[in-house]
Design a protein around this ligand. Structure first.
Ligand SMILES: Nc1ncnc2c1ncn2[C@@H]1O[C@H](COP(=O)(O)OP(=O)(O)OP(=O)(O)O)[C@@H](O)[C@H]1O
Length: 219
């Protein structure tokens, strides 16, 4: 599903921050991505989201080499990938409900087909009462839950999450990773970047560890 072959990444003329990454991620798998601050977790997620191009090496997604794909093909491929950004990126002029429903609206689904699902998911993540609020009125943790709901609502083939539990308490963190685990059981391939090592001990998923520009797999 995802294949990296000797991928390197540098920003501008700076040093390579990721070096010689070669690995395969199988469909339906779940990996945690860890590593010290600045080790390149967000950069690796951006490569996986196809929003950054590697400086060298090749990346294959869904069986296709993406290195030389044109912008339209990249955008089409990206529709199969959900992402929870560190900084949420909710649209300010849309309500919580509308933000979460957006990926389905973009796919052209009628509201009658998804209203109940969106409402149910919002209730599950504890935002049932905040559905009609604009993002400016949400707390950091509420925004984060809305961003997660938006990323999972369309059941993407691949879900990438960058510190998705950074602003919530340990109990809710566990609940949110459990939501990712449930999505994974339905077939979504998940890569979840986090600093919170104690949280990971609740789950048996393998870990990808970034350090000094290299990536190793554990578990
Ligand atoms: N747009 C950019 N331009 C130049 N350098 C960058 C850019 N983005 C990231 N970097 C550098 O690349 C390295 C890896 O950054 P990245 O944000 O990927 O790490 P991270 O592991 O996600 O960090 P954190 O855990 O603190 O979020 C850092 O040294 C950072 O300064």
């Amino acid at each position: 599903m995802i294949e990296f072959d000797t991928v390197g990444l540098r920003y501008g003329h700076g040093p390579e921050i990721l070096r010689d990454l070669s690995f395969k991620i199988e469909p339906g798998s779940f990996h945690f991505l860890t590593g010290p601050s600045g080790s390149g977790k967000t950069s690796l997620l951006k490569l996986l989201l196809l929003s950054l191009k590697p400086s060298r090496g090749r990346v294959k997604m869904f069986g296709q080499d993406v290195t030389d794909l044109d912008q339209d093909s990249l955008l089409r491929m990206r529709r199969h990938i959900g992402i929870v950004f560190q900084e949420f990126r909710l649209l300010d002029h849309l309500t919580t409900y509308e933000n979460v429903a957006l990926p389905l609206r973009v796919l052209g689904r009628p509201e009658s087909a998804y209203r109940a699902n969106v409402t149910e998911l919002l209730e599950w993540v504890g935002l049932g009462e905040r559905m009609d609020a604009l993002p400016a009125l949400l707390s950091g943790g509420e925004k984060q839950r809305a961003a997660i709901a938006r990323a999972v609502i369309g059941r993407p083939d691949i879900l990438l999450a960058d510190e998705p539990t950074g602003n919530v308490d340990p109990e809710l963190s566990l609940r949110l990773v459990t939501l990712f685990a449930e999505l994974n059981k339905m077939g979504t391939t998940i890569i979840l970047a986090t600093h919170e090592l104690p949280l990971l001990d609740n789950f048996k998923y393998p870990r990808m560890v970034l350090r000094d520009g290299g990536l190793s797999f554990h578990g």
